[in-house]
Design a binder for this molecule. Structure first.
Ligand SMILES: [Zn+2]
Ligand SMILES: [Zn+2]
Length: 184
């Protein structure tokens, strides 16, 4: 196991959050969109369902997304420190939904954006401590910029899981080989 269960879950969640806005294509357009996403990812605690809350989440999402552009651990650390400074409150061990004991840096009444931001800071901390900068990857498919976290042992993952990109690339490569064989 690379990371504790909560870090693995948090990293997958952060990638999914970042993937809600790729190349200007916004998927979190309404508070209801946000509510669905938070439910899908078992985000505990209070939700207001307001446009202001949505705007705050979009803002923290933009900052989390910069982690995927970091080229050295110090940059990741700076992002994590900024998120800690702006969003962390009182640490508290908790368990909820299907998730066993893990650390929250805010109470359940804190704004959603702060709970997301502080969770991101914690997950990035684990990643930095494990020298895992290169686990933050972007899909290499031609028409896809989705981010993902490569948790394979040998860091071999190249495609995201959001758009079936690996399959499409394999089919395209197969067709190219067939065409080449046919033409030769
Ligand atoms: Zn939690
Ligand atoms: Zn992709």
């Amino acid at each position: 196991m690379l990371f504790a269960h909560d870090t693995t879950t948090a990293l997958a969640w952060l990638a999914a959050l970042v993937n809600t806005e790729l190349e200007g294509e916004e998927q979190l357009n309404t508070p209801a969109d946000l509510d669905d996403l938070l439910t899908t990812w078992s985000m505990s605690g209070r939700r207001l369902g307001t446009r202001a809350e949505l705007a705050e989440v979009r803002a923290v999402r933009s900052r989390i997304a910069t982690a995927w552009d970091a080229t050295e651990p110090a940059e990741l650390a700076a992002i994590a420190n900024e998120l800690f400074a702006d969003h962390a409150g009182r640490p508290c061990l908790t368990r909820h939904d299907q998730q066993d004991w893990h650390l929250h840096l805010t109470d359940s009444e804190a704004p959603v954006a702060s709970r997301i931001g502080s969770e991101a800071a914690l997950a990035l901390t684990d990643l930095i401590r494990a020298d895992g900068l290169d686990r933050l990857q972007r899909c290499i498919a031609d028409d896809c910029t989705a981010v993902f976290v490569d948790l394979t042992k040998n860091r071999s993952r190249r495609f995201c899981e959001t758009g079936n990109c690996a399959n499409r690339a394999h089919v395209a490569a197969y067709r190219r080989r067939r065409r080449a064989a046919h033409e030769s």
